[in-house]
Design a protein around this ligand. Sequence first.
Ligand code: P6P
Length: 335
Amino acid sequence: MRKLVNVQRYLLDTERQHPEASGDLTSLLWDLTLAFKLISAEVNKAGLVELYGEIGDENASGDQVTKLDMFAQDTIVRMMDHGGHLCCMASEEERELIAIPERYPKGKYVLSYDPLDGSSNIDANVSVGTIFAIHQRKSPDGTDGVLDDVLQPSRDLVAAGYVIYGSSTMLVLSTGETVDGFTLDPGVGEFLLSHPNIRIPKRGKIYSVNEGNSHFWKPEVGRYVDWVKSPAAGGYKSRYIGSMIADVHRTLLYGGIFLYPRTYRRDPVNGECKLRLLYEAGPMAYLVERAGGVATTGTTPIIDLEPTELHERCEVAIGSPDDVADYLAFIHGER
Ligand code: P6P
């Protein structure tokens, strides 16, 4: 029978494998898991307390902000701003950096996060989630964090993960080595290790892309999608939830490929990307690569992208190595 391990025990055991560790990252992640439990409780009962619906604001990326977005955003800030582990934060919901209040100590880490990814679907009870990424600061210890502390490639992350609030609440986390999944037992409020050392299948049978954009892709993207749905590809299924966290979580566990390529709908010349690098594509790329997958813009590994702005976006092709290789062969004109 599998041993019972909660996320706290897992983090302590991981810390013990690094004699140089101060325990700062462990404590930071403990605080984060408490925020996730609070958000999970609200998401799971939102309809009962009429938290559904939008508050009529737009966030930095122009998305409509829902009440649950703000609850998740506020919960993470209030949980994380005083623990002394962070020098600043960056959120999808805030245009600028989130400073640590003067009265609190500044720590050596930086937290970038999407408090509630996929929230535009939440009124339909579609799975949503929180995505987080943790870098070590670059600016001097003890000072206020600055933009350069946040604008780092996801290759340099010290930890990243997501929590999917779905049929169950599951935390998927990596602190550099394996990718491990913890399922929340709401009865006792513990994240229990349920998916140790997640490895993405070498190839899947599912492709995931918003085909409503198919008239606005580059031709080579359309050629790949036409191929993957043809008998020649061997019988792929299409699954698209419209919540990145859910689409990538399924891809991680079942294999296959998730795509959000550049579209030329609004700007036929330069096109535009949808997914944000710092707190969506970057941490997801970090996790999928550590689970044996591949994450690319089509020309560059996503983990190598050097962010220049907080809310910058990038193209995304992420999933099983063989599936992403097929996609890249079309993108590079080799097929
Ligand atoms: P579309 C959700 O709003 C999100 O940011 C991602 O979670 C999701 O993958 C994407 O947008 C869906 O975009 O254009 O297909 O609705």
